[in-house]
Each structure stands twice: as structure tokens, then as C-alpha cells.
Design a protein around this ligand. Structure first.
Ligand code: TP9
Ligand code: MG
Length: 573
């Protein structure tokens, strides 16, 4: 229940000015947990900015990340001093490594009492934030709060996009000194899309790239999320279709082409050959002679070693940032510019070019189809590919074309999501490629459902990751978000067991095995309806029920992995 907004009181404070400026920058939500600074800030005093209480600050950080990612505007998260801030730090790290324009805010001790590591709950917040943010500052004079918010937003919206942090001493937050809420600070000038580097002369590098595409037999577009942020997806799709060039994506750029598009060669992960027991990377990249990495970002975990197979290749890197990892990736041509500008340039420069003779990946597609269809009943639990296939089936039934979101927490099952999950729109599949903190699932699903309230959201999570952050089930229930969660339960940190097997040819149970959680009861205890499904039929029925419910729903699915079956010994770590 929210109170009727009273508007700023007669004595506007830095807190009022802060919320007003956040609103002017398009911030709609502040996710977080409030501490004793509640004496100095009331979030319902600013129309248009909603405070969302979470159970954990990590949840707040990730929900803000995902909402910001999908809306393309900054969103905010909030923590109290000390432990609130340290809890929030993994959320900040997520929006740094995953590239999202989050404005992270935390209360700090009174300005006269900031003695880090001595005062009660006082830590050096700016020092904590600095290495994982684009900008980190402590408010010193209340009247400057509007300027600090502007600086935070501009830094966050500059490629590589990422979080900014403002530390707010509680006395200054509640202070009216120098605050004139009616004073005009000018327009917020929030960037409509991220600001990137543009290297003078990039057009001649782009012309070189165009010449390489002309000469190429089998060029391939490898696309990262910076292409989505640049608004380049429609132009990129049109260009790929005109030239008949396949598109391969990183984990988080799935959906650049719709799931079933002929040119969608899928997303890649280093685990794919092992999962499929098939030389997938060789099939995808072996015949390619020119690789254009469009919106390339090393943090998205698509490494040059993945495409370095088969015939010799030329590479082009297109990015709105200078190359941070030349030791890992030294392209033949480096184009530092806006991704959309590059795509338009390449389009114009290849106007007379005939469509390419695209390399065939039919054997890989057949292997995927056969693998997913797996009709076998496994006595010791479903296999994750069967779960993913069921989720895809129901998502295709209920979502309008070009809609729907599948969110994945972190674990071994996540790589099945990268490979197989339906993504019919950009950010139609969400996982944390860069930070990969387990527990990402619930908060990411919250952010996705809020960003796309009229579209279905499915979440897949493992028992390990899910229960590391399951308290926010109550947040899903409280907000009545119609998220359908599937917990694939093997009572194990499965991915870590896989690594034990790779390193030692055996498992050490105490390091990876749990004694079991009843996720149905856990959900119910938090106000979420739930059921268990052990077969494809049961799971399909449960997903359909959950999708129709209009309320949160959780399905626990006992699963097992066949680590010995795949070629995981060859995994590149
Ligand atoms: N701590 C954090 C905060 N994040 C990560 N990623 C780790 C540790 C290391 N990863 S992926 C994983 C760990 C412990 C285990 C996931 O287990 P699960 O039950 O959620 O999934 P599954 O399918 O691998 O069993
Ligand atoms: Mg598990």
C-alpha cells in the first residue's frame, strides 16, 4: 500500500533534490533496503519514482541492472551503510561486468563521524565502490547533489556502460543547506543511448572491413550486447539478410535475430561441444574466413579461442571502446566507433554486393533437435535439455512473436539456456555473462517482469544458486509478479562437481553436495504457489498452469547430469 504523495515538504533537503534529479534522468525505480537513514529520506515524496523493498541488497543491484538494461535508461539501487553496502557490492560488480547503467546509492555515517573501520557500521564506501564502478563519490555539500547525480548518470551511460556510486552521509542527506528545489539546474540531458568512443578516421577502417567482406567466402557476424545498446539491431538484421551472413551471439546478445531465423546460428559457450557431444564450435566457425565481431566485449565471455578453428581467418573488431585486451584479441582491423554508424557504413559500402554462399550447419541443427527431443524417461531425474525444451515449448505457445523473457541463474544448467533457450527479442534471454554470481535469477526475473509487465517471464535456476538468494521469493510474492520459476534440483553445486571430475577424475561430495531442500514448501512458505514435476508431461502441464495463473508460480524439477557422457575433459577453462 503506498501513501498519497505529499510532495517535497516546506524544507526540501538533499534527499528531495536527489530523488527529483533521478526522476528527471528517467529513473523509475529504486530497489533496496533502507537502514537508519530512513530518518532523512522518504521515497514516496517524489512522484514517478517507486521504492521497491528487497530482502537482500544484491537482489536490489541486479533488479536495477536488468530494468536498466531493458529500458535503456538508468535505474537505481539503495543500501544502508556498512553491511548494506558490502551486500550491495556484488550487485554493483554485476552491473560493471555485465554493463548496465545503474546508479547505486548508499547511506554513510554522519559527515562529522566518518572514521572508516572505527565508527559503528562505518566503512570507506567510496574505496569499496571505486574498483567496480565508473564513478564513485561522497556527497560533501548538500547543494551539490544534483551535480553529482548528473555526473553519475553521464559516467554510467558512457561505454563500457556501468554503475556509478554516490555515498550519502545521513546528516547531509537530510540537510536543507543550500537546497532550493525550485532552482533550475537545466535539463538533465540524459543520453538517449550510451556515449561511445569514435576514433577519428574510423571510416577508412570500416572501408577495409567492407573490402574484407566483399572478398570473403563465408563471413560471419559475431554480435555482442553493445550492438543492442547502440540501437543497431534492425539495421544489422537487414544487412545480414541482404548479404546472407550468419549471426552468432554471446550469451547475452541472444535474440538479435529471432529464435527460428534461418541466419540465427545461435549463441556459443565453451561448454557446447561437451553438452552436445558434437564438434559444434568447429561446425560454426571452421569454414568462416572473415569474422566481424560487432559490439565486441571480452566481458561477455566469447573468447577468440572459440572461433579459432578450421581455416585461417581475418578478424574485424567493432566496438565503442578502445581495445582493452590486445594480448587476447588483436584483430586485423579495429573499428572504434558507434556500432550503428558502422553497420550503416558497411551497408552503404556493400550496396552492390551479391548475397554470400553461407556455410551449412545442418548437422549441428539436427544434433540439437535430436538432443532436445530426447524422449527417454530417466529414473534418476529429468535431464536439463528436456527441461529447457519444455520451457521453450510453453513459451512459444503463450508469448506473442517477438515477446517473452527466459532468465537463467548461474550453474551448469545455464549453458543449456545459452544454447537452447528461446529468445525472440534482444535481451529475451538474460543471464549474467560477466559477473556470473549465483543467485542472479530471482532479481533478474524481477527486473525483467517489471520492464515487460505484459509479457511472460520464465526463470530457470539451480538448487545451489536459487537457495543462495531465495529470500526474495517473498519479494516476488509481495509484488505479485507472474514469474514462473523452474528450480532444477540435483542437491548439488553441479557445475563445481563437473570441475572436480575434470581436475581429479572424481567427486568430493562434502565440497559440492547438499542434504536437500523442499523447494515446493519453501515457495509456499514465502507465499508462492508451487508444485513438483518429474516428467516432461508433468512439467509441460505445470508450466502451462503457471503461465495462466497471473501470479508467481514455482516448479521444482528433480534433475541429474551425465557428466561422464560428454566430452568435458577437453573443456577450456
Ligand atoms: N559464489 C558465487 C556468489 N557465485 C558463483 N558463481 C560461485 C560461488 C561458484 N559457482 S555455478 C555454482 C557455483 C558454486 C553452483 C551452481 O549450482 P546450482 O545447483 O545452482 O546449479 P547446477 O546445475 O550447476 O547444479
Ligand atoms: Mg544444482
Amino acid at each position: 500500500m503506498s501513501r498519497v504523495s505529499t510532495g517535497p515538504s516546506e524544507h526540501p533537503t538533499a534527499a528531495h533534490a536527489l530523488l527529483k534529479r533521478l526522476k528527471e534522468h528517467g529513473v523509475e525505480k529504486v530497489f533496496g533496503v533502507v537502514g537508519r537513514e530512513a530518518a532523512s529520506i522518504l521515497f514516496d515524496e517524489q512522484d514517478g519514482v517507486e521504492f521497491i523493498l528487497t530482502r537482500h541488497e544484491f537482489t536490489a543491484g541486479v533488479a536495477a541492472d536488468v530494468l536498466a538494461r531493458i529500458t535503456g535508461r538508468p535505474q537505481a539501487c539503495w543500501a544502508t551503510l556498512g553491511p548494506g553496502m558490502t551486500n550491495l557490492s556484488t550487485g554493483m560488480a554485476t552491473s560493471m561486468l555485465d554493463r548496465s547503467p545503474v546508479i547505486a546509492l548508499a547511506a554513510q555515517s554522519e559527515s562529522h563521524d566518518i572514521f572508516p573501520n572505527d565508527t559503528h557500521q562505518c566503512l570507506d564506501l567510496v574505496k569499496i565502490a571505486e574498483p567496480m564502478t565508473k564513478y564513485a563519490v561522497e556527497l560533501e555539500r548538500p547543494a551539490e547533489i544534483t551535480d553529482l547525480v548528473d555526473s553519475a548518470v553521464f559516467a554510467a551511460m558512457t561505454e563500457p556502460v556501468g554503475p556509478s556510486f554516490i555515498s550519502l552521509p545521513v546528516d547531509l542527506l537530510g540537510s536543507s543547506e543550500g537546497i532550493d528545489i525550485t532552482q533550475d539546474h537545466g535539463p538533465a540531458r540524459t543520453p538517449g543511448k550510451p556515449i561511445g568512443a569514435v576514433q577519428p578516421g574510423w571510416e577508412s577502417a570500416a572501408d577495409q572491413a567492407a573490402a574484407m567482406v566483399k572478398d570473403a567466402k563465408n563471413p560471419v557476424f559475431v554480435v555482442g550486447a553493445a550492438a543492442i545498446r547502440a540501437g543497431a539491431v534492425p539495421a544489422l538484421r537487414a544487412l545480414a539478410e541482404r548479404l546472407n551472413i550468419p549471426v552468432i551471439t554471446t550469451y547475452i546478445a541472444k535474440g538479435v535475430l529471432p529464435h527460428g531465423h534461418e541466419l540465427n546460428y545461435g549463441a556459443v559457450t565453451g561448454y557446447m561441444d561437451g553438452i552436445l557431444s558434437f564438434p559444434a564450435l568447429e561446425t560454426l566457425f571452421g569454414p568462416a574466413d572473415v569474422i566481424l565481431t560487432i559490439g565486441y566485449d571480452y566481458a561477455e565471455d566469447l573468447r577468440p579461442s572459440m572461433w579459432e578453428r578450421g581455416i585461417e581467418k581475418k578478424t574485424v573488431r567493432i566496438s565503442p571502446t578502445a581495445n582493452p585486451v590486445p594480448r587476447i584479441y588483436r584483430p586485423d582491423v579495429d573499428v572504434v566507433t558507434d556500432v550503428l554508424a558502422f553497420v550503416q557504413h558497411l551497408d552503404a559500402a556493400t550496396g552492390d554486393l551479391a548475397a554470400k554462399d553461407r556455410h551449412d550447419i545442418a548437422p549441428l541443427r539436427e544434433r540439437i533437435a535430436e538432443f532436445l527431443a530426447d524422449p527417454k524417461h530417466y529414473e534418476d531425474g529429468m535431464r536439463v535439455h528436456q527441461v529447457m525444451d519444455s520451457m521453450n515449448t510453453v513459451m512459444a505457445e503463450i508469448a506473442e512473436p517477438g515477446e517473452g523473457t527466459i532468465v537463467s541463474d548461474i550453474g551448469f544448467f545455464r549453458h543449456y539456456g545459452v544454447l537452447f533457450a528461446r529468445a525472440d527479442q534482444p535481451f529475451g534471454f538474460l543471464t549474467s555473462a560477466g559477473c556470473s554470481s549465483f543467485g542472479y535469477g530471482i532479481p533478474a526475473a524481477i527486473g525483467a517482469q517489471m520492464a515487460r509487465p505484459d509479457q511472460p517471464t520464465f526463470l530457470i535456476a539451480g538448487d545451489g544458486g536459487f537457495h543462495s538468494n531465495s529470500a526474495d521469493l517473498e519479494t516476488i510474492a509481495r509484488l505479485n509478479l507472474p514469474i514462473v520459476t523452474v528450480v532444477v534440483n540435483n542437491d548439488t553445486n553441479g557445475l563445481i562437481e563437473l570441475y572436480q571430475n575434470i581436475g581429479h577424475h572424481r567427486s568430493h561430495d562434502p565440497a559440492v553436495k547438499f542434504t536437500g531442500v523442499d523447494f515446493v514448501q519453501l515457495a509456499q512458505a514465502n507465499g508462492v504457489e508451487a508444485t513438483k514435476a518429474s516428467t516432461r508431461e508433468e512439467l509441460l502441464a505445470a508450466l502451462r498452469k503457471g503461465a495462466e495463473l497471473g501470479r508467481p508460480y514455482l516448479i521444482e524439477v528433480p534433475v541429474n547430469y551425465d557428466f561422464s557422457a560428454g566430452g568435458f575433459g577437453a573443456l577450456k577453462v
